[in-house]
Design a protein around this ligand. Structure first.
Ligand code: NIG
Ligand code: FE
Length: 408
């Protein structure tokens, strides 16, 4: 036996998502876990005798549903303050873009985040992460982008990394190119000077072990494609993968640019063009759709789901948790909204929070129930996996197992 104590889980209705389509349902299934890894997955009747040997613990799930652990592949979880006043302004007719141009929006969160101490930010981020974990989160991506100075970006990324202590896998993404900080505003070439600074800080942040990927906000109210390209070149020089906030409010050709750099994902995508879809398909870039932001900004333009499907672009989902465009903390609600708003099937939606979300993070070791995958899985009190997308405001999670360890 290799890799730690062997545990056997039986009586499971497995939702393996093992193939490219269908749920991969296995009634009366069994899982053999060794240390942090799934060693065997399949119908209990087919479990080889060799895998029964050396089992230190056996648990019968009595028919409960088991899915891969849920993955939130796009969040801005570390920030100070909140923006409910901005929500009221938007309800009175102001747009997200107008608020940003008037110096509110992201910039107001930057001010609050800079003022907050590292411990205070950690306490807030832990509360948010725990809310996501209550619905089965096992892997979490967190972006910086509310510090916008070397010291403040590092502070936020350290807070993000520390969330790993909760028994989660955390991936950190450097989003220095999120907005222009006030100290670069109102001067000639300020935007380009700031992009130079964003690129200059990257090697140091990487040296400190704080960066797994690099993201940018390519938009009229943020950075141009040319500026985004410079950020991507800095990432490439350090061997870091890229992602992009692309075509959220307008079509900037950002997705095609990101695809040129072999991006792991392009995210939002309401204004994605056919050319953008084709470029993403060629590059194997994942489309991360964010129903929470679509809903909360009262967007009416749908991302081009049918075109993405047809082109074979993998579709992931995420909360995009942030105080401006998506202050929500429910992965299950994202499943439901992906079906109601985007007309995704419940199976596509669950793939979006598991296997395709893993791909958006460059983590092929998770997202399915199969031998060799990381032992991250969720046990649900539900008869069929489509129920996970059906209920809203009701959480059928019984237990989560992360890295082979059942959570208390
Ligand atoms: O993903 N679009 C840019 N970034 C965030 C919103 C950030 C904010 O409003 O604070 C998003 O929607
Ligand atoms: Fe975002």
């Amino acid at each position: 036996m290799q890799g730690g104590a062997r545990r056997l889980w039986t009586g499971a209705t497995l939702v393996t998502l093992a193939g490219d389509r269908d749920w991969g349902l296995v009634p009366d299934g069994a899982l053999v876990v060794e240390g942090e890894t799934l060693r065997w997955v399949g119908p209990a009747a087919a479990l080889p005798e060799a895998f029964r040997q050396g089992v230190v613990e056996e648990r019968d799930l009595g028919g409960a549903l088991v899915t891969p652990g849920l993955i939130d592949c796009h969040t801005h979880l570390v920030y100070g303050g909140e923006r409910s006043a901005e929500f009221e302004l938007r309800l009175q007719g102001a747009t997200y873009e107008e608020i940003a141009r008037a110096g509110g929006g992201i910039r107001s969160t930057v001010a609050a985040t800079r003022l907050a101490g590292e411990h205070a930010l950690h306490v807030l981020a832990v509360q948010r992460a725990r809310a996501l974990m209550a619905e089965g989160l096992t892997t979490l991506e967190v972006k910086s982008g509310y510090g916008l100075s070397l010291a403040a970006e590092a502070k936020c990324l350290r807070v993000a990394r520390k969330l790993g202590e909760l028994g989660l896998t955390v991936r950190t993404t450097y989003l220095g190119a999120h907005a222009l900080p006030p100290e670069f505003d109102g001067r000639e070439g300020g935007q380009d000077d700031y992009v130079d600074a964003v690129c200059a800080w990257l090697p140091e942040l990487k040296r400190q072990g704080l960066v797994d990927a690099v993201d940018a906000f390519c938009e009229r109210i943020a950075f141009t494609p040319a500026q985004t390209r410079r950020v991507f070149e800095a990432a490439r020089a350090l061997g870091l993968p890229v992602k992009l906030h692309a075509e959220q409010l307008s079509d900037q050709g950002g997705a095609a640019l990101a695809a040129e750099f072999g991006a792991l994902s392009c995210d939002h995508l309401e204004y994605l063009s056919d050319a953008g879809v084709a470029a993403m398909a060629r590059a194997g870039t994942v489309a991360v759709l964010l129903p929470g932001a679509f809903y909360f900004l009262r967007e009416t333009k749908l991302p081009p789901i049918a075109a993405l499907r047809e082109a074979g672009v993998p579709i992931a989902l995420a909360t995009d948790h942030n105080p401006g465009s998506s202050p929500g903390l429910s992965l299950l609600l994202m499943l439901n909204m992906a079906c109601t708003f985007f007309r995704m099937t419940p199976e596509e939606a669950l793939r979006g929070l598991t296997v395709n979300a893993a791909r958006a993070l460059g983590l092929p070791d998770r997202g399915r129930l199969a031998a060799g995958q990381r032992a991250d899985f969720c046990i649900w009190d539900a008869a069929h996996p489509r129920e996970l997308a059906y209920w809203f405001g009701r959480n059928p999670l019984r237990q989560t197992v992360a890295g082979g360890r059942p959570r208390a």
